[in-house]
Structure formats: C-alpha cells, structure tokens
Design a protein around this ligand. Structure first.
Ligand SMILES: [Zn+2]
Length: 406
C-alpha cells in the first residue's frame, strides 16, 4: 500500500491527493483518500512526494548506439540484446516503466528476444513493445550502407524498392514477432546519403507498406520530416509521426483530424543544437541540421500550440539514455503546458500504444507507479527527481536507494 502526498492520475488537469493506493497482484485495486489496509500489507510512505503513473517513452533504440554505430555492427545479436537490457533497466530507474523500441540495425531480432524475456519474467525491466527494423527505401533513412565503404555489403538494413519487396519485409516483421511496423518516409539528420526535407517513398510504396501492416493488424510508426512526407504518412494511416521535423500547419491539422499522434522528440533537437555549437555534430548531419534547425523549432511550436495528440518519445540511443527524462522539460520549453507534457508521457502515450491498462492511476490498471519530490505541475523539472519506481506491483527503486543524477 502506498501513502501518497499528491497524485497526478494521468488524466486530470490538476493534482489530487493526499491519497492511498492499494496494490494487489500487480494491479491497482483501490485508490482513495483512505483505503482498507489488509493485514500484513507493506506500507510505503510517499507522503512527501507526488505520485504519477509510470512514464512511457514511445521512441527508443535499446540496441542502437549512435556514438559507436560502425563498431556495433561487429557485435553479436546476443550482445546487443544484453546491452539493451542493461540500458532498459537503467532507464526504468528514471521512472520509465514502458518503452516502445523503434528499430535495431541487426539482421536478427534482438529487441523481440528482449521483449520476450521481459514478458516471461526471465529478466526484470520495463515493459517493451517493439518494431524490430526500420523499413526504408534504398538511400532512405533506414539504409545504413552510407556508413561503410561500398565493399561491405552488410545485412544491417531492411530496404526495399518495389511494392512486392516492401510487403515481404512487413510480413517478415510480423512473422518474427514485431508489435509495430516502423518505416521512414523522409531522410534523417544523422543518416548519410539522405535528406529529411525530401520524401523517400512514392505514394504506391507507402500504400503497400501501410495496407500490408493493416492487413496484419499492425500499427505503423513513421520517421518523417518534410511537410509533404508528414502529410503522406497521415494519408496512408500512420498511427504515429516520429519527429515530424518540418511539419506545417496543414499537416498538423490533418494529423489531428485523422487521429494520428505526433512524437516530436524535442530533447534530441536540443542535443543536436548543443553539438552543432560545440562543433561535435557528425559531418553528415551538419549541413542538414544547420539549414533546418530554426524551421524544426518553428514546427515544434506549431505542434505545441495546436490540439494535436502529442506523445512522449525521445530517440534515446541516438543520445544517452540518461538524458531521456529531459524530454519533459524540452516539451514545456517548446510551449506545452506541464500537465499536457505529463499526459504525453502517461495516458496519451498509452493511448498511442493501444493500451488502456497503463498510463493511468485507477482501479484495475497495472500498478506502474512512480513518485518524486516536488510538484511537476508547478515545475516540470520535478520529473527528473523520480526516486520511487514500481512496475506491475514490483518495486524497482525506493527513495532511500542510491541516487542517480540524470
Ligand atoms: Zn529513432
């Protein structure tokens, strides 16, 4: 049983509490000003803290490390999965109880193996949903060949250039256990040989990908950039637009009306800006990011001033997991209210993932619960001070544990 000072339930516009939460068999069984204390129940005192649903990061890469991308190619699939587990557990300690992994660059399926091990309880960590690979055109964002000399034809990319091949790749993801289909319909900043300001799928290719995913009952997450590409993603039924770097008002409006979620990865833009200033941004990113950075910030402000469904996602893996929690602050700096940022990382992210059992504190929901000193509605920076983490009723961190500094 948890004794809570204040409570953000994932849905309300303001904090409630004080309250007590009774957890039984991994679920919240009761939440009220005062609950019946069963004999022998452990009582955890969070009366000096604000309690919220566990955070959900809908865009991470547990098995991709941008800092060592080329060297990682030499690692085994098992090594990537084990390193990914270590990162997932570290990330859990910041309060992230559910992650959506949006792609590895491995010929096998390390994130699927990791998810299965977590689901089976073989290892402890956050809940994981995965899109195993990034399906892309040749010379698209998912084509990693540009990182290597042309004599190395490495099987690290899921690329296709015909509708039949695209369908085959989507079906392959399904066959080996992906929950989501991830694609890129525009270039990226860190990738080589592409441009975020240009679409990379023709309409019939995007249609082949999305309709095959729909046939198989799989939602589609689209790495996107150019305003035209953002609109293409919405037109063909993407469930989430990742980054949406250069989205315009019309695209935001289409996403809002079409029910697509936007995952604007705003902390990553801040990371890239500081790397640009420090002169440490990789050369393939410099010309693109120098050209576009003000436009990206402009698009982010358009997103935050709209009614779009904004979900929390970071792209951690492209930058350190220890910085992922800063996305809350980046969202507020870009114009989102703290409550909307908190919802983005809880109930709205859960809705994007199609999960009504997480992202909220209510009877029957999973007991994914975090707590922090301070009041995140007054000051979103409190989210970086999480010192209590429970996932499905199991306590992973307590206030008196050694403190991690994000
Ligand atoms: Zn990503």
């Amino acid at each position: 049983m948890l004794v809570c000072g204040a409570v953000f339930d994932g849905i309300s516009e303001e904090l409630g509490g004080p309250a007590e939460i009774l957890v039984r068999d991994g679920l919240i069984s009761e939440i009220a000003h005062s609950v019946n204390r069963p004999d022998g129940a452990e009582v955890i005192d969070l009366s000096e803290r604000t309690v919220t649903p566990g955070f959900i990061d809908t865009h991470v890469h547990l098995t991709m490390d941008a800092a060592t991308l080329a060297a990682q190619t030499l690692e085994s699939t098992a090594t990537k999965a084990l390193k990914g587990l270590s990162l997932a557990r570290e990330y859990l300690s910041y309060g992230f109880t559910t992650l959506r992994d949006l792609g590895s660059m491995d010929p096998e399926f390390p994130t699927v193996d990791l998810r299965n091990a977590l689901d089976a309880g073989l290892v402890q960590g956050p809940r994981l949903l995965v899109a195993a690979h990034i399906i892309s055109s040749s010379a698209g964002h998912g084509d990693l060949r540009g990182f290597y000399a042309s004599r190395w034809d490495l099987p690290v990319s899921a690329i296709a250039d015909s509708t039949g091949e695209i369908r085959r790749l989507v079906r392959r993801e399904h066959a080996y256990g992906s929950d989501w289909i991830k694609t890129a319909n525009a270039g990226g900043y860190f990738s080589t040989g592409d441009d975020p300001a240009r679409p990379t799928w023709f309409d019939d290719e995007m249609d082949a990908l999305c309709s095959t995913a729909r046939l198989l009952g799989m939602p589609v997450a689209v790495h996107t950039g150019a305003a035209q590409a953002c609109k293409q993603a919405v037109r063909y039924g993407a469930r989430s637009l990742e980054h949406a770097y250069l989205i315009d008002e019309e695209g935001i409006d289409m996403a809002t009306r079409g029910g697509a979620y936007i995952v604007p990865t705003m902390q990553m833009t801040q990371e890239d800006l500081s790397e640009l200033q420090a002169g440490t941004l990789p050369c393939q990113a410099v010309w693109k990011f120098s050209r576009d950075n003000q436009e990206i910030l402009h698009s982010q402000r358009l997103i935050t001033s709209s009614d779009a469904k904004v979900a929390f996602g970071t792209d951690c893996g492209m930058f350190p997991f220890s910085h992922g929690i800063r996305e809350f602050q980046a969202m507020v700096d870009a114009g989102l209210s703290p409550v909307r940022a908190l919802k983005a990382g809880t109930s709205v992210a859960a809705e994007l993932l199609g999960r009504d059992d997480i992202g909220v504190l209510e009877p029957g929901a999973c007991a994914d619960i975090v707590a922090m000193p301070g009041n995140p509605v007054d000051d979103i920076a409190a989210t970086a001070q999480v010192d209590f983490v429970m996932r499905a009723g199991a306590v992973h961190r307590r206030p008196d544990d050694e403190r991690r500094s994000p």
